[in-house]
Design a protein around this ligand. Structure first.
Ligand SMILES: [Zn+2]
Length: 66
């Protein structure tokens, strides 16, 4: 995880940053802390929770009598 790409919020250009606090090379504005990765982890958690619930429902369909 040496090279990170962050998308600038202001000019939408990708920046390769090795440093934590580095301004955008295009417009010079401060880059966001963790812009797209935050949303990805939330989606991953939601998918995991969805499959857990789906599996639980399937088990219950076969487990419970009519
Ligand atoms: Zn920028």
């Amino acid at each position: 995880m040496a090279q990170l790409t962050k998308t600038c919020l202001y000019c939408q250009t990708e920046n390769n940053c090795d440093d934590e606090k580095q301004p955008c090379r295009h417009c010079g504005m401060a880059l966001p802390e963790k812009h797209p990765n935050d949303r990805n982890s939330k989606v991953r958690f939601f998918v995991k929770a969805f499959w857990l619930i789906a599996l639980f429902c399937l088990v219950m369909v076969f487990y419970l009598p009519r």
